[in-house]
Design a protein around this ligand. Structure first.
Ligand code: ADP
Ligand code: MG
Length: 307
């Protein structure tokens, strides 16, 4: 027993730090906004791992912190506390110039407002060219890449059109092209189908899938749209600035629910869904029991009977 508390982890154990093999790691992420003396905790210790090649949906009520999370991952906003790492970049430590390069090369971003993703006086080809031009990509490579992206995203017919000559869905598909121009590792989309009818939303969703499967981006898409979240392999729910549950599906079987998980943070906290709490009147204090292969949670009401 001597020295038990002092045992140092062996090398392989040390490598097993939280999210060591994930492309996106959020570790106890906190973002507090201060406005006129009022403090809003937009993220309250959020944990999230996304592995390379995944496409996940993030769902949650309005105000639950979804956009804040995406802004942090995009390198636009800085967390108040906690860790965020994307493709090996620690987002808390980025210098100004590293941040500029991170936003240009490592992540792509698509906003809900289609018009804000594009430039009114630039054609689709020109606006996709822009980020590559800023990155110093040679002209001929840029032209080829722009044409390839327009084709992959099904908007070749928009090549010479400006935004006002495109539908909302076409604008969003071109916006995905802009976001993918510099071959980012991660594509972030904040309610990209929020302003579209359901049929057009399907086209935009298909374009996100193309970005994931054919263009090699790991995709994180925030959505209200259950038709969209129903089509990805993993849906993560955010509540009050924390990840609260995850649903895994068979990636190609629409709506084939495989399993629903609650997320346990590293201190062991789990959110019990409201339906469960209400069904058994669980509140404030519950009794926990350890069985061979599961943990029981019981109402505290008959606690007096325990010896
Ligand atoms: P969601 O995208 O899930 O609707 P947000 O991330 O936009 O949620 O917002 C989470 C919380 O943070 C909300 O209470 C919102 O009012 C607040 N919030 C977001 N951005 C700011 C800001 N720039 N200043 C102050 N409060 C903000
Ligand atoms: Mg939002």
């Amino acid at each position: 027993m001597a020295g038990r508390g002092l045992r140092l982890p062996s090398a392989p154990e040390r490598e097993q730090e939280y999210g060591h093999d994930a492309l996106v790691v959020c570790d106890n992420l906190v973002r507090i906004y201060q406005t006129e003396g009022i403090e809003v905790q937009a993220l309250q210790g959020l944990d999230l791992l996304v592995h390379a090649g995944e496409m996940i949906a993030i769902v949650g009520a309005s105000g639950s912190g979804k956009s804040t999370l995406l802004q942090v991952l995009a390198g636009v906003d800085a967390p108040t506390a906690g860790r965020a790492r994307v493709a090996g970049h620690e987002l808390v430590d980025l210098s100004r110039s590293e941040r500029v390069r991170y936003r240009r090369d490592v992540v792509g971003f698509v906003r809900q407002q289609a018009a804000r993703n594009l430039v009114p006086y630039l054609t689709a080809t020109q606006v996709i060219d822009l980020p590559m031009s800023i990155a110093g990509t040679p002209r001929r490579v840029r032209a080829e890449r722009a044409a390839q992206l327009l084709e992959a995203l099904g908007v070749t017919h928009c090549a010479d059109r400006r935004p006002d000559q495109m539908s909302g869905g076409e604008q969003q598909r071109v916006a995905i092209g802009v976001a993918m121009a510099n071959r980012p590792r991660v594509l972030l989309a904040d309610e990209p189908t929020g302003e579209l009818d359901s049929e057009t939303a399907q086209d935009v969703f298909a374009a996100l899938r193309t970005a994931n499967r054919d263009l090699g981006a790991t995709v994180v898409v925030v959505t209200h749209d259950s038709a969209v979240s129903g089509q990805v392999a993993r849906t993560v729910a955010i509540r009050d600035g924390r990840t609260s549950s995850e649903v895994l599906r068979d990636s190609d079987a629409h709506d084939a629910l495989v399993e629903e998980y609650a997320v346990m943070d590293r201190t062991g906290r789990v959110q019990v869904p409201r339906e469960f709490r209400e069904a058994l009147s669980l509140s404030r204090r519950v009794r926990l029991g350890l069985a061979d292969d599961h943990v029981q949670i019981r109402s505290d009401r008959d606690a007096g009977e325990t010896p």
